[in-house]
Structure formats: C-alpha cells, structure tokens
Design a protein around this ligand. Sequence first.
Ligand code: ADP
Ligand code: MG
Length: 685
Amino acid sequence: MRFFRRSLITLGVAATLPTVVFVAVGAFYFLRAERARVEADTLGRSEIATMLVDGRLRRDLAALGVLTSSVDLAKGNMREFYFRVQRVQTANPAWRTIVLIDALSGQELFDLRRPFGEPAPLSEVHAQALKDMRQTEMPMAGSISPPPEKLAWVYAPVSGEGELRYMLGAGIEPQAFQELLKAVAVAGTTAAVVDRHGQFVARTLNFETRVGTPATEFVRKAIKEGASGFYPGTTYEGLKNYTAFHTSPWSQWSAHLAVASTAIDAPTTWSFVAAALAALGALILGGTLVLLMARDMAERRRAEETLRQSQKMEAVGQLTGGIAHDFNNLLTAVIGNLDLIRNRVKDNERLSRLADNALEASRRGAKLASQLLAFSRSQRMAVGPVDLQQLFNGISGLLAQSVGPAIEVRMELDPDARVVMSDSNQLELALLNLAVNARDAMPGGGKLIISARRANVVDRHLPKGDYVQLSVTDTGVGMTEEVRARAIDPFFTTKAVGHGTGLGLSQVYAVTRESGGSLYIDSEIHQGTTVCLVLPLAPSDAIVVPTAIPDTAAPSEAEPEPSTKSAAVLVVDDDKLVRRFMSESLRSLGYEVRDTDNGVDALILLDAQRFDLLLADFAMPGMNGADLGKAAQMKQPGLPVLIVSGYADSAAVEAALGTARQLRKPFDMAELGAAVAELLRSREP
Ligand code: ADP
Ligand code: MG
C-alpha cells in the first residue's frame, strides 16, 4: 500500500514536472527576450543622444566657422575683430563667450567676458584643446571647463601660411545639452552626457552640482574601453545601475543611459510570479490527478473485492447447493424410513425411542442442510416488503431465548425505517444468526442492540435510492482485522469443532445481497462488534404480507382425511430409497400405489390405468418431473400433480411448475400424507 501511494506520488510529480520545467524555461526565455529588448532600446537611445549632441556641436562650430574667415582677423585688426565676434555671440544665446587663442604664442588674445586688450595665459581646457588642434587642424569639440565656469567648448582653427595661426573657441551653456538629454532619457532613469575626458556635460541627477566635474570611474572606464555597450556601476548618489552608452566617433563625447531597472526587474518579477503561478497550478493539477487516481484505484479495489466475494459466494453456493440437494434426498429417505419404522414399532417403547432419537438427529441434519442452502443462490428468496416491527415482535422471544439471561437485548426502530425490501424468513434467520454470534462473543454477558434507522451514507456501488441501516451491535470480544476480513467467508469460523459452521455471516451476507443491499462489519477488539445490514427501504405504498408460517410449523401430526384414501397414486422417482419411502408411506396411509423410476414408464402406466394423483421427483434423468406432469395431464386431463424437489432446484422448478404443486425435501410421512390429501381434496368438487 505504501509502495502504491509512493508510485502514485511519483506519477503525479512526473505529470507535473514537464509543465513546471516548461513554464520555467518559458519564463527564462521570455525574461531574456524582454531584457534584450529593453537593452537594445536603451542603447538606441544613447546613440540618438550622442547624435543630437553632435548635431548641436556641429551647428555651433558652423556658426563659429563664419568668423574664421574674417578679414580683420587675417589682417590682424584684433579690435575690429573683437567687436565683430561680440555681435556674432549675441546671435547665439547659448554661447556665454568666445575666445581667441594665438596658436603661436599660446596666449589667449581675448575673451568676450573681459574688455579688449587684456591678454591672459591659457586655461587648462584651452591648452589641452590647442594641443589636440595642432594635430588635426580641424574644427573640434573640446571639453567642459570645471566649475565655476562650467562651459562646453567648441574650437575652430584659423590657418595662415600653411600653419595653425589661431584657434577660436565658443563656450556653450551646458543647459543646451541638458535639454537634449532630457528629451531622450526615460523619465526617472539616470542619464548623462560626458565629454571626451569623462566630465559631465549634462546629467539628469544633480545637474547643477555635477556638471563640469569628472564622472564616476565606471563611466570613464567604459568609454576608455569601448565605443558603445553596457556596464554596471553605481552613481555618486549610490544608485546601482546597468547602463548603456554610446560614444560619438567625431566629438568623442558620449551619452550614458541607465537601463530602466523597472523595465528589467518588472519582467523578471512578472516572469517569476507567472512561473510560480504556473508551477502552483501544475502542482494543484498534479495533486488532483493523484487524488483522483487514488480514489479511482481505491474504488476499483473495492469493486474487485466485492466481485471476488460474490464469485466466491457463487462458487461455494453452487457447491453447497449441490451437496445439500443430495443430502436432502438422503435425508428424505432416512426421515421417511425412520417414520415408517416408528409407526411399525409403536408398541415397542425401546425401539420407538431409538427411532425417535434417529429422527431427531436427521431433523438436525435437515436443519443444517437448510442452513447450507440459505446462502446458496439457488435458494430463491421471496423479496418483498418486510415490516421490521412485526419481525422484531415475532422473534423477540426467540432472540431472548437464544442469547440467554446474561445478555440484555434492546431493539430500537425508527418509524421512518420500518419497512424494508427483503425476505422475512431469511431476514429473521439472519437476525438470529447475528444474535447467536453476539452471544458467542459475550460469554460473560453484555448488551445486544438491534436498531434500524435510515441510512444516511450509502455504499456508492448500490443503486440510488433510500436505504435502511439495520445494525446488530454487541459489547463482546470483537474481531481482529484478519478475522473481520474473512468473517463472511463461507465455512470460516474461529469456533471449536461442533460449535461453529462458519455459515452464519455467509447467510446474513446472502440475504442482504439478494435483497439488493450490502453488508459491512465494524469491530474493535475487546470493544465489540457492529454488523450492519443495508437494505432498500420499501416504497411507502408497499403492502406488507404477513410473515409466512414457517414450513416446520406444518401440522406434521395431522391425520389425512379418510374420504380421500384408497385413491390411486403413481409415484415416480429415480432415487430408489426415496421412491420406496414415498410408496411405502402412501400405502401405509391407505392409498393404492404404483411406482416407477422414469418418466417414460410412467406414461406407459398412465395409458394402462387411471390415477388420481401423480407424485414425481423433479430432477430425474431424461424427462423431469414438471415435463412428466404436463405429459400426464395430456393423457388424463385434470390429473393433480405433486412435484417433489430439493431446495437446489426450487427456482427452476417454480419456473416449470405450471399447474403442479410442489413439496420440498426433506419431508416426513405426515407432511407427504398432508400434501397428497390436500391436493386430492382440492380436486374434488
Ligand atoms: P460461526 O458463528 O459459525 O463461526 P459465522 O459466519 O457466524 O460463523 O462467523 C464467522 C466468524 O466471525 C466467527 O467464528 C467469529 O470468529 C467471527 N464473528 C462473527 N460474529 C462475531 C461477533 N459478534 N463478535 C466477534 N466475532 C464474531
Ligand atoms: Mg455464527
């Protein structure tokens, strides 16, 4: 069982796992794709930012370029040139100033922020720019000057006589670049533009304090090592970022845009939530699968168990039915002949006592045979409405007697559960069997409770409908699980030889099953036992037929009517002993008897002579009793036919009977006489 459960769990996991793996892989790929998309987008934006910045720088350089071809400059009219430059500056509002640098002397000839005629040494920014300019002699973007000046510089060369003469520089307000950056960066993310030496030209965070100062080592390392790409880092504010950057090959300025962390994290979180949800769903599904399968298998096991049980019952039923049939024949002969003997030795007291003893023993044998047959299927049950109240009333005396004074018997009947569908005789016997079991389980006395109420939970294998739960509870020794599992097996007994037949619960089981119900046993060792019969509730309009008078109650001593005597009876039975007993008995009752062992001879006899009654065994080789009866009635219409049969044939007999009457084996002389007399009487008008 444990192995079974484990394999089920394995199965469930096996069913769940592919889904979980699939979801996880799916989430992983989705995450990667999403991340790649966001990265590509940010990298694209950084390139756009550098293009915008370059555009701005080139525009400024173009404006500056106009001044480089000035005649005043060529002629050395510096004062005139100064004022001309001043006019150009006013046309470009973002330009804070313009400087003219003498490339030969390395001096700053003027700066519009100062009055003309006050040359000054070069600042570090200009000195560096001049160094670069000497190599290229091309208009170029310089770098930003450190605070407090904070101007982004562009420079244009002025050549003369094949060499670099001057360098014009325009100082641009960094706000111009700040605006460009803001237009490109995703709101809420960190972004910056840095110049060729890694100083901030624009920055979304703390622009005022950071502009003109060096960027973090992460930024500077990135631009030193590549032209574009991604790098992780931490900002001065302590923000951990994953940043995309792009450097312009022309200006060497670069734009840095942090990849939006929500764009990275949200898909991650989302993917994990989705994966977790999917995994949970898969687990629930797998779990449900396991549960369903476990339930299914339990049900199948139970169904198999039920089937096995009923097959076993069937087999044993057939076997015992067959045995009982033969046994009944024997007993019929034994009882009949003993009866005859007893009649003949009436005046010898000793012999009659011996005959009585033998008769008594044979009757006990007959009782055993009837018990054997009680659960054999061939014992046809007359299922109909049975009033439990009537039943209880009828057997209460017998019950008290069978269990003895040490056991207190209580019956509780719910009026809602009063009438069930069953066979009253068999149900009575079942209750007696259960009471006897209870008595055996309570040698020191105890309580026996028989109760009936509506069943609220009913076996799922039973057809839908209302059921009554008839339980018999004792406070006895109880059963171990092994005993409980086998208790209803035919011939299973734990009792000493001669004390138990092992047929009690088998009979109870057979009754409930034939009634369309089921049986279950609850038992706990030293606590007691409850045997529960689940029986169908009779429909409310069912009419209860009063309990039939048991066969044994037939008036065995009744004298046959004298008027019917001397009638001619034809006895047909293949069993010599039984035939002889029947013939002898009838002769001794004063009938004229002819007998034969087969149907064909019987028909010949019927041709030769008129008979008043045909007494035939049912089960005979060749023609059976019922067929013989019909054939005989063709020859002699109105001929009464009495069929003798064992229990085992009863179903077949009843089906074939037609107008014939039936007498069940075993019977004694008096019963035979009574049946014959009654049939003859009913024939007479
Ligand atoms: P028998 O009574 O002839 O042994 P049953 O079929 O009636 O046969 O019972 C089979 C076995 O089940 C008994 O031998 C006994 O071990 C067990 N049993 C039945 N009823 C009870 C009970 N009420 N308490 C304890 N054990 C019981
Ligand atoms: Mg018993």
